[in-house]
Ligand binder design. Structure first.
Ligand code: B12
Ligand code: SF4
Length: 377
């Protein structure tokens, strides 16, 4: 069976980032089914165009995920798809809160065949199998054998094949610009952002937010290994697409009392990011810093400001972005601050995962290697 996972646009703003749920559910779909992803923000389609697409592709199930602000559009699309005889299942924060609205049980029309309540990681394969047999149930809830609500543990976490997934529709560079930069070289012709999660849940329960109610009041984490492996997969994709690797070693947290007692602390906290630049062979090192810290980043990392510091919502001090071309300045930094050196051994111990021996062909061994704080192996 072919499945379309569709994320509607809200018709007002254009979301710059694809939604994670569709990539996640695609990875959790039993392999005998084919999954097509369409994000209305990236690929705008009206209801008729979408219905035509679904018919042409002989899609057997349409899954729609929506936040409250795009629910009207989501229901409209669902109505059009169902009118063409194709079943629709909806999930996400809005229908979890208002399943009766989607199922037409609160006085309004019915918009969906089935609703997936809450986190669908474990219910999705069942939904797909039921749809393939033509036996969709109205509601799917993540519950244990005793019928009690059950949250997925996130350990293990599915592998999203970022290295092979088709991301063309999410390219943020307009087509005519891509064509020009491809023809005349140098400029950026392809740019997209990828969402990643490291955990779910929040203990704070702010009144206006659905996260605690939806994901629970304690945080469930993925394993460090699975997060790092996903980052490395993204890195491989970036390398394949000739993308740039950008590392930001900014330290946001500092204890003024401790900083007075240990003046070397700021240097130690930024070193890890610099070692990461070495291991991942970064193109650019970034730092988003307060105006009074600019001199430090200029002195230590030879970074240059990219603009004037600004006050951003939620911050109490203005910050400004600084950057340096890592490979160009690396050796000068090592000369002036030898403790920023690291050995291949230290870098591997910090960042390399098991079975990844040859993942970094561009790893550079500098003349300073031997003088590092950890032994060479
Ligand atoms: C990252 C994020 C953003 C990012 C990027 C959005 C993106 N493309 O991913 C940005 C910053 C752009 C953003 C913007 C907004 N966001 Co936002 N965002 C999030 C955040 C933090 C993570 C989303 C995520 O990936 N979660 C992890 C995935 C795995 O969970 P999930 O999406 O819920 O999917 C699971 C289930 O819901 C279900 N599911 C979801 N869809 C479907 C579909 C089907 C068919 C099925 C079967 C199952 C299913 O299965 C998935 C796996 O379990 C959430 C909060 C949160 N922690 O979820 C808020 C959240 C989604 N955002 C929210 C809001 C309000 C907004 C804004 C409207 C804020 C604003 N006022 O501008 C804008 C809207 C932007 C737009 N144009 O659409 C609300 C939505 C609440 C609601 N009632 O709908 C949330 C829940 C946070 C909150 N405050 O409550 N957001
Ligand atoms: S806004 Fe939501 S996610 Fe953020 S702290 Fe409050 S409850 Fe937690």
């Amino acid at each position: 069976m072919k499945i379309l996972l569709y994320n509607p646009d809200n018709g007002v703003t254009r979301n710059f980032m694809p939604h994670l749920w569709m990539f996640l559910l695609k990875s959790l779909t039993p392999p005998e089914h084919e999954v097509i992803l369409i994000d209305g923000n990236a690929k705008p389609m009206n209801d008729q165009q979408l219905v035509q697409f679904v018919k042409e592709q002989e899609v057997g199930l349409v899954g729609i995920g929506a936040m409250t602000r795009m629910i009207q559009k989501a229901y409209r699309v669902a109505d059009a798809v169902r009118a063409a005889g194709i079943p629709v299942v909806m999930g996400g924060p809005h229908v979890t809160e208002e399943p009766d609205e989607a199922l037409g049980k609160s006085g309004g029309p019915r918009h969906v065949d089935a609703v997936a309540l809450g986190e669908a990681d474990e219910t999705w394969p069942q939904i797909v199998e039921d749809a393939a047999r033509g036996e969709l149930k109205e509601t799917y809830a993540p519950v244990d054998v005793e019928g009690k609500e059950k949250k997925p543990s996130l350990q293990p976490y599915p592998v999203i094949p970022w290295d092979t997934i088709d991301l063309d529709q999410f390219n943020l560079v307009p087509k005519f610009v891509s064509k020009l930069t491809e023809r005349y070289g140098s400029g950026v012709s392809y740019f997209n952002t990828i969402p990643m999660e490291s955990g779910r849940g929040c203990p704070y329960g702010c009144e206006f937010c659905t996260v605690t109610g939806f994901f629970g009041d304690s945080i469930r984490f993925r394993s460090n290994e699975s997060v790092v492996n996903e980052l490395l997969l993204l890195k491989r994709r970036a390398e394949k697409d000739r993308g740039k690797i950008i590392i930001d070693p900014t330290r946001f947290v500092a204890d003024p009392d401790k900083a007075r007692v240990f003046p070397e602390l700021p240097y130690v906290t930024v070193r890890l990011g610099y070692v990461a630049c070495g291991h991942f062979d970064a193109d650019i090192g970034l730092a988003n810093v307060r105006p009074e810290h600019r001199a430090f980043y200029r002195k230590v990392f030879l970074q240059k400001p990219l603009g004037e510091p600004k006050l951003f919502p939620g911050l109490i001090k203005p910050v400004g972005l600084m950057a340096a071309n890592y490979r160009e300045i690396r050796d000068r930094v090592f000369q002036r601050f030898p403790f920023m050196r690291s050995s291949a051994f230290e870098r591997r111990m910090l960042f390399q995962r098991a079975g990844e021996r040859h993942a970094f062909p561009r790893e550079v061994v500098t003349p300073f290697e031997r003088a590092s704080i950890a032994s060479n192996s």
